[in-house]
Design a protein around this ligand. Sequence first.
Ligand code: BES
Ligand code: ZN
Ligand code: ZN
Length: 485
Amino acid sequence: METNLLVQPFDRVGADAIAIVLFEDEPAPAELQSATAWLDELRSSGEFTGKPAEIAVAHLPQGLAAKRLVVAGGGKRDKFDAAALRRAVGSTVRTLKQKGVKKLAWWLGAGSPADAEAAVEGAILGNYETDRYKPSSEAKPLDSFVVAAVRGGADLEAAVTRARIIGEAQNFTRDLANEPANRLTPTILADRARAMAAEQGLECEVLDQDRMRQLGMGSLLGVAQGSAEPPALIIVRYRPAKEPATKDHLGLVGKGVTFDTGGISIKPAEGMEKMKYDMCGGAAVLGAMRAIAQLKPAIPVTALVPAVENMPGSKAQRPGDIVTSLSGKTVEVLNTDAEGRLILNDALTYSQRLGCTHLVDAATLTGAIVVALGYVNVGAFTNNDALLGRVLGAAKQEGEKMWHMPLDEDYKELLKSPFADLANIGGRWGGAISAAWFLREFVDDTPWVHLDIAGTAWLEENKPFMAKGPTGVCVRTFVNLAMNW
Ligand code: BES
Ligand code: ZN
Ligand code: ZN
């Protein structure tokens, strides 16, 4: 889809539809003067009250160049922030594309660059469908999305460009996440990362099984050994052109389990197909790198994606096996389904060897985080409140909900093993926290934030503003974090 900024008065904007926000608690704006009768009727009939995701369409509106006039509910004016605007645009796009609209204009009016950015992102995200392998799909995407403003300017143009880069990066992540495991093995994920890096001018290095064996990544390799598909540790690097002012080096680490059967501790059949999404963390860091390559933050950023398939079989690791991680710490594998932490620990250790000074990981790590926070918030854990503050600040700006979870010393004892330095599970209660503690054991004092995205990486149902399936959560937060460092 093409996205553009257009400077034109409301009534002159030519498109299949022009959309404008209407609030619950406010009269219609001046632009809609010629449509007052229609709006009065909409309100008095109760067909449109201005609530979020409400949309009403009028054909051949009097005095307008556009073929349709669309009002989109904004909710309460004082709650209408960039996140609400992103969703309002997404909902409008998703409704109108089903009605055959190809070119949609969104009335920004005198809105800010941040508003323009949110609008374009909302449109790109809302236009996305997960129908790649469904030739019979009825989805009819928009061809063109235009932000119509009362003024032009480099700041607005830049915002539209930024939004396109970020929105497309998030859809790149969703595309990767959406691939079934037969079409996205660790090797193929590495190929995709390489292709993306080459296209975007990033460095990419992939450590294969032999190299990981030489290095001593026994924890990652233990998970991989049950699968006929070889593992890969994908490393993508961005370096700023100018010598940075600080020594800071951001490391983004993403869980890349291309399919999680649970291994010998096998999962129940029901819902197992969803475990193709167990690489959403890895896909998010790769998507973020795609945008970072184009937006060029001031600090170096390195992404690491440990990619494996977690399978049972005669070569698979067994409960009770003890592996030696790259850090030297030994781990007793009590449950082979707690595999994410067993690959992330080696990647976290390696990221520090590569010089990363600040680490953020994203992982579909535990069912327990879904119990704790549902499908709404990402669970955020840290050993460093300053870094967490930056991550939560970025997330807030980007409208990605994250919630600070505890990581007290008291939880550490859950991971005690009589036979090894650590057990890989911590019992039934506080499962997301013991999983986070496990990772913490491998970052020492390096500032680190762990984002458990098991509840937020995909939608079980369509939302008005986004198709069901992978959400691409964390991409915008990661990009924002790097850009505002
Ligand atoms: N990939 C799963 C976590 C998950 C669950 C992601 C639900 C998305 C939705 C992870 O590898 C896993 O299986 N975790 C176990 C850990 C347990 C064995 C300690 C879990 O959460 O049940
Ligand atoms: Zn698992
Ligand atoms: Zn998993």
